[in-house]
Design a protein around this ligand. Sequence first.
Ligand SMILES: O=C(O)CCC(=O)C(=O)O
Ligand SMILES: [Fe+2]
Length: 369
Amino acid sequence: MAIEFLPPDARAADVKAELDRSGYAVVRDWLDLELVENIHRDISRYADRVVGLELEFFGDGALKKVEGLAAKSASVVDVMSRPLLAELAEAFLGADPLLNASGGFVLEKGRRPQPLHHDDVLYQPFLSRRPGEFESMLNCMIAISDFRRENGATRMVPGSHLWPEGRLPTEADPVVDVEMPPGSAAFWLGSTWHGAGQNTTERARIGCELGFNCGWLRPHENYQLLIPPGLARDLPLQVQELLGYKAHRGMLGCIEQRSPMEVFGFEKRRPVHAVVREAEEAAAPVDPRDLERAVRRFAASGNRALPTEASRLLERLAKSNRALEGAGNRAERDMLEVVAVADARSLTVHLEGIGWTEPIEALKRGALA
Ligand SMILES: O=C(O)CCC(=O)C(=O)O
Ligand SMILES: [Fe+2]
């Protein structure tokens, strides 16, 4: 069966119509090749370190996934900010959809194709199948290498999103190999039967998959930990929302009734120079011996017992300082200084966290040094 491609500038309504009809849709040349090359580079940086997924579900170890890709590739974040993605996700999944997962899908030569499946098994048995009425997930696979039958292009079962609960694929069901050039994107619904093909060539087939789910369901990957607030605040608004920094309809994922993005003040974009200055200040080394002295003096002055974790860090710093004191030669001294400065920084960060900021401020003023 030949693929009916949608044009590169396809509108969400057209892609949706095709998804409603077939359960999948393919937009040809959706990304330009420079962006594809950048994503390729980002996936390749990690691909050697991931192992093939051995579960039968993943097809006998031929498929490797570089997971959490949005946290590893600025280019993937760029793609996530494209309006088509959020528009389509909202059209199928309702308000405030979330990124479910993002990964580089590296399919190597294998013994057999991945078994056909539908991705919304993730939410079964909690959500039952309601063909044509309700979808919990939407997926998008961007071809980074070309996708051909020989190298394991994703296979789709047209119309299978309308199958009732319990209907399994048979030999008689047509299966389409989604052959597409790099930069093209295949979309499919959570209910659509599909699977990776078998790569019979020596070169890996590489795709970038972005998955989305309803905003009231828990995503596969934890994006507020993968991309914490300090990083998320500078990303495009649409991406912040897809990562879960917006409360779902103002009610789910709140902090004291507000969206995390409001609580963290994401809308108050700070000028770049301010961010850089803060980072420099945070990185400026305090003299580790001065810090030790300042903290001890501060604790003694008010007869305040240092909390357990802080005293553990202080003793570690003291030990590093003693080692530094006794350094025999220049090289040893340099090395031990790095250790002591790192220990001083952990103590500083911890003291700031628990609100013991006085000794650090005093030190900055030069009062105790
Ligand atoms: O890599 C592919 O072509 C599809 C993989 C897939 O569907 C999955 O792992 O859920
Ligand atoms: Fe899948």
